[in-house]
Design a protein around this ligand. Structure first.
Ligand SMILES: Nc1nc2c(ncn2[C@@H]2O[C@H](COP(=O)(O)OP(=O)(O)OP(=O)(O)O)[C@@H](O)[C@H]2O)c(=O)[nH]1
Ligand SMILES: [Mg+2]
Length: 262
């Protein structure tokens, strides 16, 4: 799977006028990169944070995150590239503030945060290809230029994986789900995270009764028929991968507040 190298990223930031860092509304701190932000600052470029996938969480939480960033003097917008919430406002802001044209705006962010979807939302057409899981057909393999307004060009890039990212996000975004080494351990963590937020979410989404993570995986495997014909053992690896995919595509959701400890 192609990801963006640091040297390429540096070169692209150096050439851009504005950098949009796309992060996920469900968990801004772990989808944000201090390293990217530092690079943008060192190269003297303007940084704007885009809190994407706002449709997955309550709007007031998105607004809190926006205020949180703006209190740190970072311009931020919350959007949904799916429902188009906030897109017009962002586009209008870019149109009004990017006055020296032609200008290039660079999009950066972890894999699967919705960079290509944001381009499509801003363009109002499906121009950039998108995909739900890392490495699945449609993920961005090379940097591509799109015109989003007269004289304003946006560069879509492959995802970056900053070394400081949280364990789980790094593992599930950097490689195709089939290639994840220990899916059970990751899925257990995801189950714990979403349950901490809403204790019934797993039972609601999968129509199962278990709550203990390993039992959840076992019950899900049996329910879906992922059982070895010979030994009758439940294939919990398969169930774990299903949980990881559902987390990636927003079926398992949760949110944190700027004030909550991570
Ligand atoms: N619910 C929701 N899903 C979104 C939103 N934006 C993108 N997605 C979904 O997130 C997945 C990843 O979107 P992409 O636009 O391909 O993400 P990307 O950052 O370009 O991914 P890479 O090119 O692999 O780095 C897709 O399944 C999108 O449909 C959003 O605002 N809300
Ligand atoms: Mg992309």
């Amino acid at each position: 799977m192609m990801l963006l190298s640091w040297s390429n990223l540096k070169r692209l930031i150096g050439r851009a006028d504005v950098v949009l860092e796309v992060i996920e509304a469900r968990n801004p701190p772990v989808t944000r990169s201090a390293k990217v932000e530092k690079l943008v600052e060192e190269l003297g470029k303007i940084l704007i944070i885009i809190i994407n996938k706002c449709d997955l969480i309550p709007l007031h939480v998105c607004k809190e995150w926006q205020r949180h960033f703006e209190a740190q003097n970072i311009k931020a917008f919350y959007v949904s590239s799916l429902t188009l919430t906030g897109i017009r406002k962002l586009k209008q802001y870019l149109d009004e503030t990017v006055v020296l044209r032609p200008a290039t705006i660079l999009l950066v962010g972890y894999p699967k945060v919705g960079k290509s979807s944001l381009i499509n939302a801003l363009k109002g057409s499906k121009s950039a290809s998108t995909s739900p899981y890392p490495g699945s057909p449609g993920y961005t393999k090379s940097s591509t230029l799109y015109k989003i307004l007269p004289g304003i060009y946006m560069i879509d890039t492959p995802g970056i994986i900053p070394p400081e990212g949280s364990d789980i996000e790094m593992i599930i975004r950097r490689a195709p789900v089939e290639k994840i080494q220990n899916p059970v351990r990751i899925a257990q963590r995801i189950i714990e995270i979403v349950q901490k937020f809403d204790s019934n979410i797993i039972n609601h989404v999968y129509h199962i009764r278990s709550t203990e993570p390993l039992e959840v995986l076992e019950e899900l495997a049996i329910k879906r028929g992922w059982v070895s014909k010979r030994s009758k053992e439940a294939n919990i690896d398969e169930a774990a991968r299903a949980i990881i995919r559902d987390y990636l595509r927003g079926k398992l959701t949760y949110y944190i507040l700027p004030s909550s400890d991570r």
